[in-house]
Design a protein around this ligand. Structure first.
Ligand SMILES: NC(=O)c1ccc[n+]([C@@H]2O[C@H](COP(=O)([O-])OP(=O)(O)OC[C@H]3O[C@@H](n4cnc5c(N)ncnc54)[C@H](OP(=O)(O)O)[C@@H]3O)[C@@H](O)[C@H]2O)c1
Length: 322
């Protein structure tokens, strides 16, 4: 059974909760790290199927090496998902983002080396890919493209700085130590929530359903949370997996998303106007598809997300009723 013990960092988060659910359903034992096991926002984890037998929660902070090391101990694989994703304006990027992303990743990888972990998947982001002026405008971005840290800073894209620093560190570490590493870089992740709180990327769709145009970056790329979790498991399980993987399925403008939503849900108070889009993002997930990754239609993601938000009481309709 040791072969099938995997550590998932930040287990109570949006993407990690689906990763834990899928691992448990496939018979893995899971060591999940959470900062506060007693916090009600993590309560859903022990209610997942097979959790009672196969999920063990560890209280761990990314900046506390010993706590991370204790969770990684006894695991064959580590899926490092935890990293802050800000929902509000960042006041101190160094403390709020860079340290947990960069030092946190270093701590996780050091623990993996110490505990002789066989394979590590680090969840990076297209934030570590797309913020550059060096890529030809007419070409879809692939895994050879990296965000330019100075350019991110000039745009005050602190999250992109943090994710680029963290993934760069991960690859340098793997090169130095020969740790078996794969990184997965999702675009904006949407779809149903397992956790009881609303994470930052779900706020994007919730904003559109409640009258706000959230599209400050212009043309956007999206991927379903369940397809993202499958991509992370595929990167872990497939011995052919190698290097970075963009995980993105649909490029859409906000106007088009609203048109799709209106057809099924005319009752919501959608934005009346949208910011002008200066460039459309184009990303290639061909490498991940070549590994065997499949993704669902965008309509399915939208409908499942809205039904889930309704069930959770997160949506008000035009007339103001919940
Ligand atoms: N959602 C997206 O659109 C998207 C897209 C691309 C990449 N990603 C990446 O996917 C990963 C998960 O994102 P998510 O959307 O699932 O976000 P999320 O729901 O906000 O989860 C983030 C997790 O990180 C944990 N965390 C933050 N700082 C920590 C620290 N110092 N020590 C331990 N844990 C810490 C949080 O724990 P607490 O609950 O204790 O705060 C939480 O479990 C992140 O690496 C993110 O960069 C997300």
């Amino acid at each position: 059974m040791e072969e099938k013990t995997v550590c998932v960092t930040g287990a109570g988060g949006y993407i990690a909760s689906w990763v834990v659910k899928f691992l448990l359903s496939r018979g893995y034992r899971v060591h999940g790290t959470v900062r506060d096991p007693g916090d009600p926002k993590n309560a859903h984890l022990m209610n997942l199927e097979y959790a009672a037998a196969n999920l063990k929660l560890f209280k761990a902070d990314l900046l506390d090496y010993e706590s991370i090391s204790a969770a990684v101990s006894g695991c064959t694989g580590v899926l490092h998902v935890a990293s802050p994703v800000p929902a509000v304006k960042v006041m101190n990027p160094e403390v709020e983002l860079y340290e947990p992303a960069h030092t946190g990743t270093k701590n996780v990888l050091n623990a993996c080396l110490q505990e002789k972990v066989k394979k590590v998947v680090v969840v990076s982001s297209v934030a570590a890919i797309v913020i550059t002026e060096a890529w030809p405008k007419d070409l879809a971005m692939d895994e050879t493209c990296w965000s330019d840290i100075e350019h991110c800073k000039s745009l005050e894209q602190w999250y992109c700085v943090a994710k680029t620093l963290a993934e760069t560190e991960a690859w340098e570490f793997a090169k130095r130590t020969r740790l078996n590493l794969v990184t997965v870089c999702p675009s904006i992740v949407i779809g149903p929530l397992l956790q009881p709180t609303v994470n930052a990327s779900s706020m994007y769709l919730l904003a559109l359903l409640q009258g706000t145009d959230p599209g400050e970056l212009g043309g956007m790329a999206f991927v379903d949370v369940r397809d993202t979790a499958e991509a992370i498991l595929l990167a872990y399980e497939n011995p052919e997996a190698d290097g970075r993987y963009i995980c993105s399925s649909h490029e859409m403008r906000n106007e088009a998303i609203v048109e799709m939503l209106k057809e099924k849900y005319p009752e919501f108070n959608y934005p009346k106007s949208f910011r002008e889009v200066h460039s459309d993002l184009r990303l290639s997930s061909q490498k991940l598809q070549n590994l065997g990754w499949k993704y669902r239609p965008f309509e399915e993601t939208l409908l499942d997300a809205v039904e889930n938000y309704k069930q959770c009481g997160l949506l008000a309709t035009k007339t103001g009723d919940i």
